[in-house]
Design a protein around this ligand. Structure first.
Ligand SMILES: [Zn+2]
Length: 244
């Protein structure tokens, strides 16, 4: 089988093996994994299948030119590729990014891109134009949101991470980096629920987060649309000479 294996394939085999515990009482856990791998993917052993998946993940990481650390361009993890526990940590982390990517439809922006978005955002907030001010504030908040989401993926808590419009409502009450007048407008637009403590910009699963009142599918679409519009605005700016 030459197809690309994903975390979802591995998860499905594990789930199936677990579900078959009652139906296959004479088989060991390993045998049930092998049976599920065979039924679902036509391979003989789960272990082989998983080894192939791990090799695929390992191939993402490249050693830097100095021969030092390995860096994965996908999950942006730097590690010692000759140290087995590091290799294992990378695989776990990489899987989390794959899983989040599949569910959310994107991965959070990396550091450089976030910094660029933030810089533009601060510039735009100085504009006399209210629309530009709003986009600027949202660009700054988006950069913070992307960092927050990245941390949650690393921690494995991302399924509970707020979507972008929720994030705005969770932080707007203490977002002192945004001028009062712009903040007031965002508070009306997105609502305000004080969840993220003052001085912090990342959501944590430790915070008391109210239950979502909007359907997940609906907020996901709204969040992705808003995120895309800000990203488009900031990347279009590269081509434009002047502020709107
Ligand atoms: Zn990786």
């Amino acid at each position: 089988m030459d197809n690309i294996i994903t975390w979802a394939d591995i998860a499905l085999i594990k789930k199936t093996a677990k579900a078959n515990k009652q139906a296959q009482p004479l088989l060991s856990h390993t045998q049930r994994l092998d049976a599920a791998a065979h039924d679902l993917y036509g391979v003989r052993h789960f272990h082989e299948f998983q080894t192939r998946y791990h090799a695929q993940i390992d191939a993402f990481a490249r050693r830097d030119e100095s021969g030092g650390a390995h860096y994965c361009k996908y999950c942006r993890f730097t590690f010692d590729g000759s140290y087995a526990p590091d290799v294992k940590t990378h695989r776990e982390l990489h899987k989390r990014f794959e899983e989040a990517h599949t569910t959310l439809g994107y991965l959070p922006d990396g550091y450089q891109s976030r910094e660029k978005t933030k810089r533009l955002g601060y510039d735009w907030m100085l504009s006399p134009n209210k629309h530009t001010q709003r986009e600027g504030a949202l660009a700054v908040l988006l950069a913070q949101f992307e960092r927050s989401l990245e941390s949650a993926i690393e921690a494995g808590t991302w399924p509970k991470h707020p979507y972008f419009p929720e994030y705005v409502s969770f932080i707007i009450g203490q977002a002192n980096n945004i001028p009062e007048a712009i903040r007031a407008g965002l508070e009306i637009e997105f609502g305000r629920v004080d969840v993220i403590p003052a001085g912090q910009s990342s959501w944590s699963s430790r915070f008391a987060t109210p239950a979502r009142t909007t359907a997940k599918a609906e907020i996901l679409v709204r969040s992705n649309d808003l995120r895309t519009s800000i990203i488009e605005a900031t990347s279009n700016f590269d081509k434009a000479d002047t502020l709107a």
